[in-house]
Design a protein around this ligand. Structure first.
Ligand SMILES: *Cc1c(COP(=O)(O)O)cnc(C)c1O
Length: 401
């Protein structure tokens, strides 16, 4: 019996990928170790008939970078591979990915069920922009799958999850929601930004679409804004040929290249993000000025067990509340010296911010309270600095409360 070929490990896949597009048919053979940046808006046809055949859909040659570009393709192949999906679509931002996904699933009169804690931009899209276009969204507490079942209507065309959710770190049991959705034939999308494919592969749990704000851990260096969708080949093809073509949120070749570079170190970075976050979370939970620490890796997190079984690690994001409430949080944010007061997350730099007035200011006061975004909550994206330095910085800032 032939031995089954063992699949290489995740880090190997991140670095070696599928080995595509590294050959160039020039005057001399080239095999670049890094995928070239095809900084070209358009691609020449061999002759008029070739161009016509491409437009008839009979020839898959590149046409124009809004629809596809070899550097973008290289990224899409990698991401589909790492997320264990059939195909991927790279976009200009995480929000371009969200709008593309929604428009590819829904039309006027349709309905979406989503978790109630979402990235602030997604919440704004769901509560302000989509309703103007006749698409309605019901947001439900995402920690109990039964809430999704209850909210499904006849016209529900998409279930949209973010797990762990930004910034409350509430988890959703993906398999349980998939079971509910499957019975009704409704696709499930998972925003996998916080976990990355290193820690969680929602498609393997039965989800239909994965979304990333690649701006965060995938890029990882705070220098790129980008988004990714991964799903079935025909769904991705429709997203590209209808929504991306007509709405136009394409990624630039340079940004696609930055993400390809980021992917090579993704597992190494995630391991350090997680190790540092665990130490920072422990430091905070023993600090007398800290009232509450929310981190899925702590046993005090109400869904610690689900995080341990659904994810391969607890991630690098922590939310916490200090004594002195909102004013106490302000003192910390205004006095950190190493940590940077900035939105975004998943960068090599430690970033600290105030969800209620920054990333999640799209939630009104009442909504903030309902979904558990305490006005005192401070969110920290633990970076890759020496953890002693991050802790020393937080310690000196907390001492000022
Ligand atoms: C940042 C973020 C987004 C939006 O992505 P952009 O790249 O900023 O457009 C979506 N979902 C989550 C969880 C995010 O953190």
């Amino acid at each position: 019996m032939a031995a089954r070929k063992k699949e290489p490990g995740f880090a190997t896949l991140c670095i070696h990928g599928k080995k595509h597009l590294d050959k160039h048919e020039g005057e001399k053979p080239i095999r670049a170790i890094s995928t070239p940046i095809f900084q070209s808006s358009t691609f020449a046809f061999e002759n008029a008939e070739h161009g016509a055949a491409v437009f008839r859909g009979e020839d898959a040659s590149y046409v124009y970078t809004r629809l596809g570009n070899p550097t973008q393709t290289a990224l899409e192949i990698e991401m589909a591979y790492l997320e264990k999906g059939e195909a991927a679509l790279a976009l200009a931002s995480g929000m371009a990915a969200a709008t593309t996904a929604v428009l590819n699933c829904c039309q006027v009169g349709d309905h979406i069920v989503s978790g109630d804690t979402l990235y602030g931009g997604t919440h704004q899209l769901f509560t302000q922009t989509l309703p103007r276009m006749g698409i309605t969204v019901t947001e439900v507490p995402a920690n109990d799958p039964a809430n999704f079942a209850k909210a499904i209507k006849k016209n529900t065309k998409l279930i949209y999850l973010e797990t762990p959710a930004n910034p409350t770190l509430v988890l959703t049991d993906i398999k349980a929601v998939v079971k509910i959705a499957r019975a009704k034939g409704i696709p499930v999308l998972v925003d996998n930004t916080f976990c990355t494919p290193y820690l969680q592969n929602p498609l393997e749990m039965g989800a239909d679409i994965v979304l990333h704000s690649a701006t965060k851990y995938i890029g990882g260096h705070g220098d790129t804004v980008a988004g990714i969708l991964v799903g079935k080949a025909d769904w991705i093809m429709q997203a590209r040929m209808e929504i991306l073509r007509d709405v136009g949120g394409c990624i630039s070749p340079f940004n696609a290249w930055l993400l390809l570079r980021g992917l090579k170190t993704l597992p190494v970075r995630m391991d350090r993000h997680m190790a540092n976050a665990m130490e920072v979370a422990q430091f905070l939970s023993y600090h007398p000025k800290v009232d509450k620490v929310i981190f899925p890796g702590l046993k005090t997190h109400p869904q610690h067990q689900l995080a341990a079984s659904q994810q391969r690690g607890f991630g690098g994001m922590i939310s916490f509340m200090v004594s002195g409430g909102r004013e106490g949080g302000r003192v910390v944010m205004d006095n950190v010296k190493l940590c940077t007061l900035a939105v975004s997350l998943g960068d090599v730099d430690t970033l600290i911010e105030h969800p209620a007035t920054m990333t999640h200011s799209t939630y009104n006061e009442e909504e903030l309270l309902t979904v558990g975004i305490d006005p005192a909550m401070v969110r920290i994206s633990v970076g890759l600095e020496n953890v002693e330095d991050i802790i020393a910085d937080l310690r000196q800032a907390l001492a000022l409360i």
